[in-house]
Design a protein. Structure first.
Length: 386
């Protein structure tokens, strides 16, 4: 009899998990309280940024994931707006240059094709860039993809392999018998399976609480501005150096409580997606006008041509944050048949393919190529009681 796996969460992580499980001839049931990509995956940008990751487990994962993305359109038979156009981190001063130079050296040792270029070289790639930009990092392996299209394409491909979906179906709690999860209670009734994979991001904690378990995944609110449709303004993914430097130096939250930084990408239709902020505000989805103004200021400082461009809307997403900035991937050690793939924060788009592939291997008792120890839930045991 085929193994039956229940996957909770139909964002880009959950649909990836469902797809790679379906490739292993597993019967998959995909459940979401709303619709495909209706949560965090529908409220983010489209960057597959590698150079924003510190050398180590996350960068290693991201590089493998980037390789999977290269052939994903052909594999799924869908247009995903994938483009391997590179990316840069803008450097505004000598302090940022020093910190990013050290990061680039470590990333190069890990095999990433990244380098430091001068401001003039950066302006050859992006002619609209401010003359005040001192330098930039450049990584030709950075890419972009439409996360909504990707999630829908994953779900469509998995459905062709006999996956069933229950959308607008809220999971109220997990069903556990003798230390093993055997199914879920939902607003559409009970659903049973051989195991359950939690891919519901910031909502994982509420489901674990039904088993009196805790995992430190918190919502980290982010705001993105959307401009009117424009001619080509930028020619690659853009990140601001100040945010990366503060992240690497573990800047205390009180110094920048709203996490204001700069990230920019341009959609196929011409709209600019401009972020962002990283704020701990629970599930408050309101938009602070101060944040909008500060993000806009950073965008204009980097690209002065945006001074009189119209903003048509903004939106909020909730990134699943963990204290050590690593996702939680693997089996829950204290409960059999229960797995987690969540906590990717702003790396969900970049890490979706490799996460789905690895979870599919774990669930079907196959050996994974990567060591998953850094991502295991047990790393929090010293600080959290189960």
């Amino acid at each position: 009899m085929k193994q039956k796996v229940i996957v909770i969460g139909a964002g880009i992580i959950g649909t990836s998990v469902a797809y790679y499980l379906s490739k292993k001839d597993v019967n998959v049931v995909l459940i979401d309280a709303k619709d495909i990509a209706a949560g965090t995956s529908g409220a983010c940008d489209k960057a597959i940024m590698l150079q924003s990751k510190k050398s180590g487990p996350t960068l290693a994962m991201a590089m493998k994931s980037a390789e999977l993305y290269k052939n994903l359109e052909e594999e799924l038979g869908e247009e995903l707006e994938y483009e391997n156009g590179g990316g840069m981190i803008l450097i505004n001063n000598e302090e940022e240059l020093k910190v990013l130079y050290e990061q680039v050296q470590k990333q190069r040792e890990a095999g990433l094709k990244v380098t430091i270029i001068t401001g003039d070289e950066a302006r050859k790639i992006n002619p609209n860039l401010s003359p005040k930009i001192l330098a930039a990092t450049w990584c030709e392996q950075d890419a972009e993809v439409n996360p909504l299209k990707t999630a829908f394409a994953y779900a469509k491909a998995a459905s062709k392999a006999n996956m069933t979906m229950h959308l607008n179906c809220k999971v109220t709690n997990l069903i556990e018998v003798n230390g093993r999860v055997i199914g879920v209670n939902t607003t559409q009734g009970e659903i049973y399976g051989d195991c359950v994979v939690l891919c519901c991001g910031v909502w994982v904690t509420s489901l674990l609480s039904s088993l009196h378990l805790e995992v430190p995944i918190m919502p980290r609110k982010g705001v993105i501005l959307v401009t009117e449709k424009l001619p080509k303004i930028i020619n690659c993914n853009i990140l601001g150096g100040s945010y990366i430097v503060s992240k690497l130096q573990k800047e205390p939250p009180e110094k920048n409580p709203l996490g204001i930084g700069l990230s920019m990408g341009q959609t196929k239709s011409g709209n600019l997606l401009i972020g962002g902020s990283r704020e701990f505000a629970g599930f408050d989805s309101s938009v602070n006008s101060f944040i909008l103004t500060e993000i806009a200021k950073k965008a204009i400082a980097a690209f002065p041509c945006l001074q009189h461009v119209n903003l048509i809307r903004s939106f909020v997403g909730f990134r699943p944050f963990t204290p050590d900035n690593l996702p939680v991937i693997g089996e829950v050690p204290t409960v059999s048949g229960l797995y987690i793939a969540a906590g990717h924060e702003g790396d969900g788009v970049a890490l979706a393919p490799i996460t789905g592939q690895m979870i599919a291997e774990i669930v079907t008792d196959q050996t994974t190529e990567m060591d998953l120890t850094p991502f295991h839930m047990s790393r929090f045991f010293e600080s959290f009681t189960y």
